[in-house]
Design a protein around this ligand. Sequence first.
Ligand code: COA
Length: 159
Amino acid sequence: MTWVIRRAERRDLPEILRIEETQFPEPWTRGMLIDEMSNVATRRYTVAVEEGVVLGYLGVMFVLDELHVNTLGTAPEHQGRGVATALLTEAFADAAERRMVRATLEVAVSNARAQRLYHRFGFAPVGVRRRYYERTGEDALVLWADLPGAPAGGPTLAP
Ligand SMILES: CC(C)(COP(=O)(O)OP(=O)(O)OC[C@H]1O[C@@H](n2cnc3c(N)ncnc32)[C@H](O)[C@@H]1OP(=O)(O)O)[C@@H](O)C(=O)NCCC(=O)NCCS
């Protein structure tokens, strides 16, 4: 591994947008990403960079004691090198320092590769959001993972 993980900056936006636009049916816009990255109180955006090239990025949001994965993408030519694994590992270590107790995310039901990745981080499905993705009409699985320090017992679902 020759890359470093650091906080995303404005200068990374063109490369992040290229990954969004090539990897997602409903890519985020430049404006959405600027808003997200500016909100440093509740958002944390990181990039994996190798020799000045952004290989992948991760955006998470903090909601009370919960980490929510907003977006994660690796440039197509750098997939399968462990970039997303490294980004998630770094974010989970940061979340532990912040005493976050759980992590959640939505992932398309057809996105088997991302689901395998999340499964390795202890994520498991706890629900389905029907037609979550407007453009494709696809359902999303809601995944949940306990982080170190979480009380035993997993999610408590409302009756
Ligand atoms: C899902 C996604 C983020 C994974 O990114 P990635 O950087 O390729 O992920 P990793 O390399 O950490 O792991 C992916 C695979 O590469 C393998 N891998 C990891 N390091 C490796 C290495 N050094 N050499 C070869 N393979 C490796 C992993 O075992 C894993 O295998 P699997 O797909 O068979 O389970 C990427 O495919 C992507 O951007 N997809 C489109 C966007 C998306 O779906 N985002 C998630 C939305 S919720």
